[in-house]
Design a protein around this ligand. Sequence first.
Ligand SMILES: *Cc1c(COP(=O)(O)O)cnc(C)c1O
Length: 367
Amino acid sequence: MTVDPGAHAAGPVRLRTALGSLPAYTPGRPATLRDGLVAYKISSNENPFPPLPSVLDVVRDAAAGLNRYPDMAVTALTEALAARLGVPAARISTGPGSVGVLDQLVRATCDDGDEVVFAWRSFEAYPILTTLAGAVPVMVPLAPGARHDLDAMADAVTERTRLVLVCTPNNPTGTSVGAAELDAFLDRVPPHVLVVIDEAYLEFVDAPDAPDALAVHAARPNVVVLRTFSKAYGLAGLRVGYAVAHEPVAEALRKAALPFGVGSLAQVAAVASLDAFDELDVRVKEIVAERERVVAALREQGWDIPDQQANFVWFDLGEDTAAFAQACDAEGLTVRPYLTDGVRATIAEPEANDRLVEVAGRFLASR
Ligand SMILES: *Cc1c(COP(=O)(O)O)cnc(C)c1O
């Protein structure tokens, strides 16, 4: 008898009903190859610079110990972060990317049917992790200018709310919240509701009114700061991020963490990258300068681009979203389209940025 391994793929196995309402995660596609044109994948907000030689060296050395489990307590990285941020090590919880830490946050706070409030559009992982945990996403539309509507988010908090996610700068719209509006918002959130400030793009922020999230955290027991080594630090491939939370919360996050979630290479690379931050910051400043150059050129063409604070640019395109993404793809640029909302394009090598400006100019002229 032969068995067709595909025959029972949709068989009687019972899966969780929550999965039925989940979109499959859409990863950034590799750029389309075209003759004579260097293709650029500017759809995943990756750092265009290769890893620092000093970081590669420690990763190579650590690779000799891959037969061993990583340090489950992530001791060296936790202590390095504590020293750098000026917070007790007990307030830090690490995870496999800040998405991994976000998963800890949802699972540490939400029982079935509890609510997680966040802006929409915002980071794709928010509704997915919330739904997977059995919690209910409460998505609050962005205000005009593609900014968080913090008043509406405070209004959306109910008896069932356990978690509020504030993404600043917001992925994919690039706008950041102001310190004063964040404070006014936090005054309205009950103290038993945890508020996460997702600062994945913190290092690229230069808005004078941006909040000091660590200071906000220090003053408010229900505020958590979420950060990653994937963007400014250029370690997206290694998967490491962290939260700064008050002790009872940080301890809960460590309990909710996948054991050995942060690999040994990720741990040494993150420590080495903290040590090399001045060198990395030169690159961050170059990316910010490129962002400003691109945004100025696009506005000059007539695009209405909101204030951009991360390492990408948001095009508010509505029904033209797919057509713009196609126009970019035809020129070897893979961007990230969002249904009928708009397109996010990562600031990358100057040549890629130049080409983006060109394509956008032609698109606008023919619109
Ligand atoms: C990229 C990103 C993260 C970080 O993801 P990692 O899991 O750390 O790679 C977190 N939040 C937002 C909003 C992001 O855009």
